[in-house]
Design a protein around this ligand. Structure first.
Ligand code: NDP
Length: 245
């Protein structure tokens, strides 16, 4: 199946920002969506918006750090639509801080959301894709994996892990599966500065408001990777605002 129309696509972190914009982009093009996140009210708003516009979407409360939640996300796709064509692993947290602040819970959250969360998605979807002899992983990395900027080292390290895991998975995927890394630069979402200390948050939000691109730019990049013909695997897309160094 090529294109977006009719594809069954699960997205993590779909309650806001890039995930929400990706859901809207794909729904407009006829995808059938299973959307995961932790905040029920925000997730319901996204699902209701899509269905009100005639799209197909279902919400599942998912914490990606929990293996069984990812299983529930993929099971919902199979129960509802009988297949899963794409898993977009987008859930993330950007609670960046200098090491001296010792915000170890935030370090843990970034490691468990970006690394364990990604692996939980692979664990849930890979057997489905193997059975179907088709499927696509789209993993959301970050341009932070290319240039380490203080105080973002822990975040950058986890996003570097996303890049490495994606490439390793691509090499093992074989001819039936597609594996894509989409690495956004500064994107105008509520996640920028969220959970960071007040000084770091203020600096990030100011930079976001000056140069960030809209989340729809990342959604288009994800859509581009999905809509290619079956035998074409878009390995990696980096998409940044032009003003980003
Ligand atoms: P948002 O904060 O708007 O979105 C993050 C999403 O992830 C939310 O839907 C949140 O939902 C979800 N999420 C966070 N933790 C978990 C979890 N444990 N389980 C399930 N869902 C979770 O920020 P963005 O849209 O900007 O971020 C999306 C992705 O893009 C992240 O991976 C981020 O690192 C990446 N990115 C963002 C950039 C930017 O400049 N904005 C730049 C480069 C990459 P909920 O809280 O409801 O669970």
């Amino acid at each position: 199946m090529s294109g977006i129309q009719g594809k069954v696509i699960a997205i993590t972190g779909a309650s806001s920002g890039i995930g929400e914009a990706t859901a809207a982009h794909l729904a407009e093009r006829g995808a059938r969506l299973v959307l995961g996140a932790r905040r029920e009210d925000r997730l319901n708003t996204v699902v209701d918006g899509i269905t009100a516009r005639g799209g197909a979407a279902e919400g599942v409360i998912v914490d990606v750090t929990r293996r069984e939640d990812l299983q529930r996300l993929t099971d919902t796709a199979l129960d509802r639509y009988g297949r899963l064509d794409v898993l977009v692993s987008n859930a993330g947290t950007m609670a960046v801080s200098p090491f001296d602040e010792l915000r170890q819970d935030d370090w843990d959250a970034m490691v468990s959301t970006h690394i364990t969360g990604l692996l939980n998605g692979i664990g849930a979807a890979l057997p489905v894709f193997r059975r179907q002899r088709s499927g696509q992983f789209v993993n959301v990395g970050s341009t932070a994996a290319y240039v380490v900027k203080s105080p973002q080292a822990v975040y950058a390290a986890t996003k570097t892990a996303v890049k490495v895991l994606t490439e390793g998975l691509r090499q093992e995927a074989g001819p039936d599966l597609r594996v894509t890394l989409v690495s956004p630069g500064f994107t105008h979402t509520e996640g920028v500065g969220k959970g960071a200390g007040p000084e770091v948050a203020a600096a990030l939000i100011q930079q976001r408001d000056e140069i960030a691109m809209p989340p729809s730019a990342v959604a288009s990049a994800i859509g581009y990777a999905i809509e290619q013909p079956e035998g074409v695997d878009v390995g990696e897309i980096a998409v940044r605002p032009t003003a980003q160094a």
